[in-house]
Design a protein around this ligand. Structure first.
Ligand SMILES: [Zn+2]
Length: 192
């Protein structure tokens, strides 16, 4: 639909932000933080969302944050987008420029990708809201400590907005040239 204004806005946004989002994801990948230690990621996301005109709120334990976009005081829907921030206690065996710089910590589960996707979506939606083109409200949730089963808490620690659900473990695949079996597998990881 070449005349779809939303699509045109999205294409324009992606052209303008592609390099920034790839750099953000690679920086997060290079600086993984385990559950409830996601201070660096929390700070960077909060600063970026604030620069986009949003008002992020850091969760009570100091890592993780929430930011709302738009207004649903007219009864229109509230939709939440959730990402997770923490890394796994694994060593990063890749040989890439953005390899983990932290011993025994690695974004082998893709939380760096999840976070970048929700950050990018949030920045785009903030633009749409500022232009009066966002019906309803969207809540961005950057959840801490997803891997240690303690981070799926409400924003105020009193059970409100509790989140839960199945977790996809990193898929394992045989390392090239090795047979399946113990020690012959490594976390699947794709480049972004
Ligand atoms: Zn995970």
């Amino acid at each position: 639909m070449p005349n779809d204004p939303l699509r045109a806005d999205l294409c324009s946004f992606l052209t303008a932000h592609e390099a920034e989002l790839i750099a953000f994801r690679r920086d997060m990948h290079a600086h993984p933080e385990l559950g409830y230690h996601e201070h660096r990621a929390t700070r960077r996301i909060a600063l970026r969302l604030a620069a986009a005109g949003l008002r992020p709120m850091i969760l009570p334990k100091g890592t993780g944050l929430i930011a709302d976009i738009g207004d649903n005081s007219d009864g229109s829907p509230l939709v939440a987008l959730r990402a997770d921030l923490d890394a796994l206690p694994l060593s990063d065996e890749k040989q890439v420029s953005y390899r983990s710089t932290v011993p025994n910590a690695c974004h082998a589960c893709g939380h760096d990708v999840h976070t970048t996707i929700v950050l990018g979506a949030g920045l785009f939606l903030a633009q749409q809201a500022a232009a009066g083109r966002l019906p309803g409200r969207v809540r961005l949730i950057f959840q801490p400590a997803e891997e240690v089963a303690g981070g799926a808490l409400g924003r105020d620690g009193r059970g409100r907005h509790r989140l839960g659900g199945p977790h996809l473990r990193p898929a394992l695949r045989p390392a090239p040239g090795r047979r399946k079996g113990r020690g012959a597998q490594r976390p699947y990881h794709r480049r972004l």
